[in-house]
Design a binder for this molecule. Structure first.
Ligand SMILES: [Cu+2]
Length: 468
């Protein structure tokens, strides 16, 4: 589906004349039509020396029994492959007792919304919206298809911010309006955002819970058979490395449990940190799981539910809705391509029919340079500053560093505003000998901090996140 580099640049030269001057990404739109699985387009961002590169599929062509929203394929960050595919193949809603039962929803029904800068002619399915100009039912709750001024744009919009690129798609399923956004940040973070809204039907005015199940098919660094998943509980100081398929729950949200998916050879990977809104609806007999770790199988893209009555997710029971083997059934993960499932959810209390829940995890990159502990002859920068463990942390974490040549070194803690909030180490560091430094966050507010190492011949930093 991808156009060769030469053709791609030529096509862009023409396209750019019709785009806002601010467009600093390259987009190739293959088609506004197609069928299930058709790649709609490809994006490289920034246009020069791209950090992010991916294909996308519009909701109308997304894969699976019930569609899967704004679907991504072949996602790369800074030359590292991240996902083979990422999407939301399972979506459901459950009413409180006395309400309207439960439903399995679909996410192939694209619905229009406002977005400026729509591309002309055959490319009218793609909008170069400038910042803040995408208006879905979440920003514009009366903007249903019955709105007097109508909603013109039915497609995928892209918005560009100084360190963020955002893709938006909008879907409906009867009473419900769903919005999917992918936020890509220059530092490698991804925020997969799911938003849940409803129209003015009688049922949606009563309390109900929406659940969206993300399917992240990681192929870290392009070698799918050596990715390893860990579950970290920073409060208990425990860590589980999964060797067989499993279904997981957060347990006590205050523990700050998160997951770590990593290429064991290169060290590149992602932390999957639950979104604060996701934590508000802990697992129950209907929602069943917060996360699941499964072996990739091309026949296990969803659980096979084909009707509205197949309400709860069915990943690990026999028979599954389609009568196939369950997705999670104790298979060994070692040497296998791994898929990570994650649940996002939203509570609609029903007193505001148009309320919009904005949910989703944060995916933090684990860069190989943060995780490898090279031997002395492999210290090209003259030092090693390891990634903190645990991270995120509460209230304390540990950072290790060493230098190739003995020297005086300081290690300081810097907050998000660039202020030094603590001196962690100030002294002589011996050659090739690890110093293990504890960072105490008990008197600090939640947030991201930088640990900065400065010596006579070395300088480096690593990022830590305090979650209270
Ligand atoms: Cu709702």
């Amino acid at each position: 589906m991808r156009i060769s580099t030469t053709l791609f640049i030529a096509a862009l030269g023409l396209g750019l004349t019709a785009l806002p001057a601010a467009a600093q990404y390259n987009a190739t739109i293959n088609t506004c039509g197609g069928s299930e699985g058709t790649i709609m387009g490809h994006i490289d961002w920034p246009a020069t020396n791209p950090l992010w590169s991916f294909d996308f599929i519009r909701p109308a062509n997304s894969t699976g029994e019930n569609g899967s929203g704004l679907e991504l394929r072949d996602v790369y960050y800074d030359g590292h492959k991240v996902f083979d595919r990422a999407h939301v193949p399972i979506l459901n809603v459950e009413y409180e007792p006395g309400g309207c039962g439960c439903f399995r929803d679909w996410s192939y029904a694209q619905t229009p919304y406002y977005a400026d800068g729509i591309r002309p002619g055959a490319e009218s399915c793609f909008a170069d919206a400038t910042a803040g100009e995408v208006e879905t039912t979440c920003e514009f709750p009366t903007g249903d298809s019955s709105a007097p001024n109508g909603i013109p744009f039915d497609g995928i919009a892209v918005e560009e911010f100084p360190s963020e690129l955002v893709l938006t798609g909008h879907m409906s399923a009867s009473w419900y309006r769903y919005r999917m956004k992918w936020h890509f940040y220059t530092d490698g973070r991804i925020w997969p955002e799911y938003s849940m809204s409803s129209n003015t039907a009688t049922c949606t005015g009563t309390t109900h819970r929406h659940h969206a199940y993300w399917r992240f098919d990681f192929d870290l660094d392009g070698t799918p058979n050596n990715d390893v998943v860990r579950e970290i509980n920073p409060t208990a100081g425990t860590e589980i490395t999964f060797t067989t398929e499993d279904v997981r729950t957060w347990g006590d949200p205050a523990d700050g449990i998160f997951w770590d998916v990593r290429d064991e050879t290169t060290g590149f990977g992602y932390q999957i940190v639950p979104g604060s809104e996701d934590l508000l609806l802990p697992v129950d007999p209907f929602s069943r799981l917060d996360a699941a770790i499964a072996v990739y199988d091309p026949n296990e893209l969803e659980d096979g539910a084909t009707s509205l009555g197949h309400c709860p997710i069915n990943l690990d029971s026999f028979p599954t809705y389609d009568g196939e083997d369950p997705i999670v059934n104790g298979e060994t993960l070692t040497g296998e391509d791994i898929v990570f499932w994650y649940r996002s959810s939203g509570l609609h209390v029903g007193n505001d029919i148009w309320e919009c829940n904005i949910v989703g995890p944060t995916l933090n990159p684990i860069l190989a340079t943060d995780t490898t502990a090279p031997t002395p002859e492999e210290m090209p920068n003259g030092y090693v500053l390891e990634r903190a463990y645990p991270n995120p942390f509460n209230p304390s974490t540990t950072v290790r560093f060493k230098v190739a040549e003995a020297q005086n070194v300081t290690l300081v803690l810097i907050d998000a505003l660039g202020r030094q909030v603590a001196e962690l180490f100030n002294g002589r560091a011996e050659a090739d000998k690890y110093e293990s430094i504890r960072v105490d966050g008990s008197n600090l507010p939640s947030g991201a901090y930088t640990v900065r190492l400065e010596g006579e011949t070395v300088q480096g930093s690593t990022r830590i996140v305090l979650i209270k």
